[in-house]
Design a protein around this ligand. Structure first.
Ligand code: AMP
Ligand code: GLY
Length: 437
């Protein structure tokens, strides 16, 4: 089976790594990365170059295209490829609005009676300025459009809300602003695979968005994840499926924009039940780096079944162990960050039992090494992104998975490397927070 994979990050590396477990799969990635070039061919076509990617697919006629990031989905890549008669894993641009526009998503949640925070939408920052004067704090301010996780501000007081509005005023994604009630609780990422009719829930995961330990500092794309989340009991999963995922998929179909691909609900779980923070229209990053090592079966066949409307024929099973992914990032991230730092210890970490290292921002370059008066060239791994690596450990318990992941992390070095030291920690003694008896 020939698969075209769109993207270049750690999530795509994890998907590619699992896809290639089927020996019949050949992979072409665009734009790809050094890690992806070790799993197949790559073509340097950007994820927002819809024409270029469509031309590539027309020429290659893949059996399946898997779209990793949200931007090409929102820009209509899936529609463009389907109009060429190609099988695609990923929703149409209309269905991807569930992620691409937070205003659309909130209105959709209300139309379909999905539990979410109360909110107001403003087209004019001046009006929002007035509104926040009398709001009760904390409140949450959000840009409508895609902002790579950087368009959300949690504000404890009026002064912070004013500063957030000033930031939002500079952002292209913030032509509309949402002011939302603050929800307290535990976050959970909940994924379903769907062909528009059948839904298959994946094991629950939890992301760690803030840059520093104990959820401090600015939000990032995600600094680590674990799976499964002890918080998500079978009972809670049933409630999430029945009150959120099933009505969401049915609602999108009923509105004439059926969703096919991976629907990701970002949830806040409190004693009053799960509430939606957001929907995403694709696999989470870094949750996928925790999930893929637990996946059993044929990912290519599964994603193709979602694309072809035959997901009811698929029976998924999962490794019952736990997985923890720790993200290592460059100095400065999520602000401006350094790149080009030499990474050492990668091979040692990769050779450890129950460890997989996914590369998000790594390039490999030949480098001249002089030893004993002799020059030779060796391939050197260098940092090339904000999030550099996702180091996943698996174990029989969450504790064991944490130990494996951090042992591998401690073998890897680069100048200014940053990682959180508490990924998974809060889940260790966490029982079911929410249990309806
Ligand atoms: P979003 O992109 O909407 O998921 O927001 C990014 C992050 O901001 C979430 O993962 C939460 O940590 C936080 N967040 C968003 N909305 C709320 C809310 N209403 N209450 C509390 N935290 C929120
Ligand atoms: N892990 C957050 C995201 O993928 O949006």
């Amino acid at each position: 089976m020939r698969i075209l994979l769109i993207g270049s990050g750690g999530r795509e590396h994890a998907l590619a790594w699992q896809l290639r477990k089927n020996p019949k799969v050949t992979l072409l990635s665009a734009p790809g990365s050094t890690a992806l070039s070790e799993l197949g061919e790559t073509k340097p076509i950007a994820v927002d170059d819809i024409e270029g990617l469509t031309a590539l697919a027309r020429e290659m006629r893949p059996d399946l295209t898997v779209i990793g990031p949200e931007l090409p989905l929102v820009l209509g890549l899936a529609d463009s490829l389907r109009s060429q008669g190609l099988a695609v894993f990923g929703p149409s641009s209309e269905a991807a609005k569930i992620e691409g526009s937070k205003v659309f998503a909130k209105d959709f949640m209300i139309r379909h009676n999905l539990p979410t925070a109360n909110y107001a939408v403003f087209y004019d920052p001046a009006e929002a300025k007035n509104y926040i004067k009398d709001a009760s704090y904390p409140i949450v301010l959000k840009a409508d459009g895609l902002a790579s996780g950087k368009g959300v501000f949690i504000c404890g007081n009026l002064e912070k809300a004013r500063a957030a509005l000033a930031e939002l005023a500079k952002m292209e994604a913030a032509s509309r602003i949402i002011v939302e009630e603050y929800l307290a609780g535990e976050e959970l990422s909940f994924f379903v695979l769907t062909d528009g009719q059948t839904l298959i829930p994946l094991p629950s995961t939890q992301d760690h968005k803030a840059i520093f330990d104990n959820d401090r500092g600015p939000n990032t794309g995600g600094m680590g994840a674990y799976s499964p989340a002890p918080l998500c009991t079978p009972k809670l999963e049933k409630i999430i499926m029945e009150t959120i995922m099933e009505p969401a998929v049915a609602g999108l179909a009923a509105e004439g924009t059926p969703f096919q691909g991976l629907l990701y609900a970002g949830l806040m779980i409190s004693l009053s039940g799960p509430k939606l923070l957001e929907f995403n229209a694709r696999f989470g990053d870094p949750e996928t780096q925790a999930l893929m090592p637990l996946f059993k079966g044929d990912l290519a066949k599964t994603l193709l079944a979602a694309a072809n409307g035959t997901l009811h024929e698929i029976d998924l099973s999962w490794d019952k162990r736990s997985a923890v992914c720790v993200v290592m990032s460059s100095k400065g991230y999520p602000g401006p960050y350094a790149t080009g730092e030499t990474i050492t210890g990668l091979e040692e970490a990769k050779a450890m039992d129950d460890v997989v290292v996914f590369e998000a921002g790594v390039t490999k370059l030949p480098r001249k090494v002089s030893q004993g008066g002799k020059d030779s060239w060796v391939e050197t791994s260098l940092t090339s992104g904000g999030r550099v690596l996702g180091v996943t450990g698996c174990g029989n318990s969450l504790n064991q998975a944490i130990d494996k992941a951090y042992k591998a992390v401690s073998a890897i070095h680069f100048e200014g490397a940053h990682y959180r030291s508490d990924i998974g920690a809060k889940a260790i003694n966490q029982g079911p927070l929410y249990d309806l008896e």
